[in-house]
Design a protein around this ligand. Structure first.
Ligand code: FEO
Ligand code: CA
Ligand code: CA
Length: 702
């Protein structure tokens, strides 16, 4: 499993492939319902200063005119510095803000980076190995039937490990041992979506059978499974007999809680109370709370619903369009068998998805709660941090072209050991959306804008009758507040060592261009925002990483400073930037998605889209964030053909790194497979544990 790929120079110029700068087309079909091939749903006139002036002066003429640096006073009283992007060298190299804790950061990493590869294997550096921990279909309970590819049923699937593993959390058993126990715990795994063409022989996308749809519903959701690393061994195994093992699916009963729960918009024929919902859909990334629960993020939920044209309420229809719901049958056609996915039958059902869901993995009876206070959008993830006064903050990204970065701050405070007091902290607090500015003297500054009904533009006159409506149509509310349109915000996580907040922007094929991907209206060719300081490339094919420091390094602050940490791509591309590090030494990287930190504060970036953008398999890359190695991107792992690299998650001792191998074999078929990982047969999404075999410091990366 180690280093099966031919060696190639890190400095090799890699081909630029793919029309969208994202994944393959099939990846897009099942992951997000082909979002990048549809119209951008953000049609708001929430413009940057650059756009406002560009529009006034005449669009392209202005940008060619070489207007140097015009300072304007923007809505809300914040200053922005307007610069002509075409007159600046690309990229605008932005020095990060100074930070007194920066010196506490990482040491030099101790592995030789692997070469980018297209091998159908999990590839790790010399001195490391990996082992499959659990695969799609592996039985979770004593009486669960063994997986047999051509004998699958929904009942079996509901007791087996689900499909397309994404977010991974290691939850030590018990929670009180979380700082010291790296040998026994619960593994939480999101099952984001299904690839039916790789699950069913002869799958016909125009005519999925009821049995196939039922299996897919059961393969979505999440898994909780007890795992152990026996003394003397380096890898984990899962326990089939553990009483903690559990599956959540697209049919599991859940509660809606917080300010929007019970609102008329959340009521349906099946649930007139607006407080109970079946299932969780498209669970992408997530996070862990200080009290030991898991947050799982509902992302591309729009693709599961069909027939927008049958929604009679114009406001409901417009809100759905802002979230990318579409006319006609859905791609998966679940609505043929389940009317709740038919918008003509249940126009409110989508309002019950797109939330952050909290689950206590230590309580097998816990009914998952969709926490509406954290807003509704295509939630990438939800990572927590503690403010100086012990309020809890959650960083949240909305993974859509030209959508936003958010933060939630609880009203109450976390108290260690106060189980009852902590349990519903996420039901009350303030949701903020981010605005990234450049002040008149060139400092990168930013504001967390509160999203509170009755404040600013969020009034009944502007279409928001209550806080519940602000939370149900969070995107529409953020449009009114002057938030900065970003290049697909993915994982956002605060570094436990330096307090910096790292924001992955995965790519944006439409920035600076014309919306020619949409199918709804061929005459609707809209020009999209040009590059701005926070999204400095148009189009943005390879993604970038922003580093943000909260004012006073307090997670609950409402102002921040920020800088560009990485502009991804191949090092020979002059538009790339690696925090100033020598480009000749870095690994190529594209489409940053998930984030983890080791105990030293080193950043680990997982990618989703390298095959379609730089022509190599997706990967894990280590990046020190401080010291002389700051910005030194070093590839640590490569996933098999067609797969996306997810997780990543360390054990507390940094001796195990979990990697979720999502959709291996994507863009192939069962008849013409492009991957046979992990067993030389049909590809199976799986979680692997990675560990060191070389003598010396046993920590990953050390
Ligand atoms: Fe499911 Fe935004 O990645
Ligand atoms: Ca993701
Ligand atoms: Ca992804």
């Amino acid at each position: 499993m180690t280093n099966t790929a031919p060696r190639r120079s890190l400095r090799t110029s890699l081909p630029m492939v793919g029309a969208t700068g994202t994944g393959s087309h099939k990846t897009c079909t099942y992951k997000c319902g082909d979002d990048c091939f549809r119209d951008v749903p953000n049609t708001s006139s929430n413009e940057t200063f650059e756009e406002v002036v560009a529009r006034a002066v005449s669009r392209r003429g202005f940008l060619k005119a070489g207007m140097a640096s015009v300072v304007v006073l923007g809505a809300g009283g914040t200053f922005g510095s307007l610069r002509d992007a075409s007159a600046q060298p690309l990229p605008p190299v932005l020095e990060p803000p100074s930070d007194p804790l920066r010196a506490a950061g990482a040491k030099t990493l101790g592995f030789t980076p692997i070469e980018p590869t297209t091998a159908d294997a999990v590839v790790v550096p010399d001195g490391y190995d990996s082992r499959v921990l659990i695969r799609w279909g592996d039985p979770l309970f004593p009486n669960t039937p063994q997986f047999r590819f051509d004998r699958q049923t929904a009942a079996k699937q509901a007791e087996q490990f689900g499909y397309n593993c994404d977010y991974v959390a290691f939850m030590p058993l018990p929670w009180s041992s979380r700082f010291t126990n790296s040998s026994r715990g619960l593994l939480w795994v999101n099952h984001e979506y299904t690839n039916p063409e790789l699950m069913f022989t002869g799958y016909d996308p125009d005519n999925p059978s009821r049995a196939q749809v039922d299996i897919e519903l059961a393969a979505h959701g999440a898994a909780i499974v007890e795992i152990r690393r026996p003394r003397g061994e380096r890898w984990f195994s899962y326990r089939r007999r553990s009483s903690y093992n559990r599956r959540l699916t697209a049919q599991s009963p859940m509660l809606l809680t917080g300010p929007a729960a019970g609102d008329p918009l959340l009521q349906t024929g099946d649930d007139p109370t607006g407080t109970q919902v079946l299932g969780t859909l498209n669970n992408c990334a997530g996070g862990v709370t200080p009290w030991g629960t898991v947050l799982t993020a509902e992302e591309n939920f729009n693709q599961y619903f069909g027939k927008l044209e049958d929604v009679s309420d114009a406001r409901v229809s417009a809100w759905h369009a802002r979230y990318g719901l579409a006319e006609g049958e859905s791609g998966r056609k679940w609505e043929r068998y389940y009317p709740r996915f038919d918008l003509g039958v249940e126009p409110h059902e989508p309002f019950r998805h797109g939330w952050i869901v909290e689950v206590d993995p230590y309580d097998p009876e816990y009914v998952p709660r969709k926490r509406t206070a954290l807003g509704r959008f295509k939630h990438e993830g939800a990572t927590t941090s503690l403010a100086a006064d012990s309020r809890v903050t959650c960083y949240l990204g909305d993974d859509e072209r030209f959508d936003y970065v958010y933060k939630f701050v609880t009203a109450g405070r976390f108290v260690e050991g106060d189980t009852a007091g902590n349990a519903d902290l996420l039901d009350e607090g303030t949701l903020y959306v981010a605005r990234f500015d450049v002040d008149p003297v060139g400092n990168r500054v930013g504001t967390w804008i509160p999203m509170i009904h009755g404040e600013g533009a969020l009034t009944a006159d502007n279409g928001f009758a209550s806080q519940a409506e602000v939370l149900v149509n969070t995107r529409g509310a953020a449009d009114l507040l002057g938030a900065t349109k970003m290049d697909r915000p993915e994982d956002i996580e605060r570094n436990p060592v330096n307090g910096g907040v790292y924001i992955n922007l995965t790519n944006n094929s439409s920035r600076g261009g014309v919306d020619d991907g949409g199918t709804a209206d061929p005459n609707d060719d809209r020009f999209f925002p040009q590059e701005d300081a926070a999204n400095p490339r148009a189009p943005n094919r390879y993604g970038h990483v922003i580093e943000l420091f909260e004012e006073g390094n307090d997670a609950a602050a409402t102002r921040f400073t920020w800088g560009i940490f990485l502009l991804c791509g191949t090092p020979d591309d002059p538009t790339t930037y690696f925090a100033g590090f020598d480009k000749s030494q870095v690994s190529p990287i594209s489409s940053p998605d998930n984030i983890a930190f080791d105990q030293q504060g080193n950043l680990l970036l997982a990618t989703d889209g390298q095959p379609g953008s730089i022509g190599v398999n997706d990967a894990f890359h280590f990046v020190p964030i401080s010291g002389p190695e700051r910005g030194h991107v070093q590839q640590f792992l490569s996933v098999p053909v067609g797969a996306e690299a997810c997780g990543p998650e360390f054990t507390p001792d940094d001796q195990t790194l979990f990697c979720a191998v999502q959709h291996p074999g994507d863009d192939g078929s069962l008849e013409q497979p492009v991957s046979t990982w992990p067993d030389g047969a049909e590809p199976r999404p799986s979680v692997v544990s990675v560990f060191k075999t070389a003598p010396g410091d046993p920590r990953i990366g050390a």
